[in-house]
Write a protein of this length. Sequence first.
Length: 253
Amino acid sequence: MEQQKLDHFRQRLLEMKKELEHRVQPHYSLEEQMSDSLQEFSMYDNHPADIGTEMFEREKDLALYSLDRETLKEIDQALARIEDGTYGTCTVCGRPIPEERLEALPQAMTCKEHAPAPHINDSRPIEEAFLQPPFGRTSLDEREDANFFDGEDAWQIVEAWGTSSTPFSFVDNDKTDYKEMYIESDEPDGYVEPVEQIGYTGIEGYHGPESVRFMRSGTYEEYMRKQEGYGNALDYEEYLKERAEREGRDDLL
């Protein structure tokens, strides 16, 4: 390459280096903590969404800072190649690099054919493998040896208090009650069989029918609250009386 052209590209590289050094020198304000740049005493008492924009700008500055540092390194290498007489030659095939490419990218090390392809990181976060299937290791519904409170149950409790979902968020559009818009909302709560009541006795045990008490299920209470079973429910004492009359047993009274 002619000396005049070498001087031209050297001057281009030096100007680029000066501009980048001037931009990198303040480190994109990365030398101070993020809380200091936000004029906040602490970031822990703020909702993540409140500082979302600032976090994005911080991450962008980190990416630009890394890119500028890499470009400075390439410029220093190009200046070194000018000094040893190898500037403008492809480091892979040894053929001259077109001047049009050097005008666009003075620090170019290779011709267009041997330019390294941009690296695209298509890998997924390692947490995804750990959390699959949904709820990951904390979901025990598929295990036959585990029938107790798990991660899915915990999410059901949280979700039952409300989410951003609306009835229109569901494909079937049959959700009209906000209390039904969470995972397995119709799952029995506190029992595993759809029974109306469960009989029990106190710590003293069974001492005749009068010692037996009955605990109503949530489904039964909801059924009665809506008055769907009004007139059909039979009190336990009335049940004993009808049974005693039907079977002729005075011991049930």
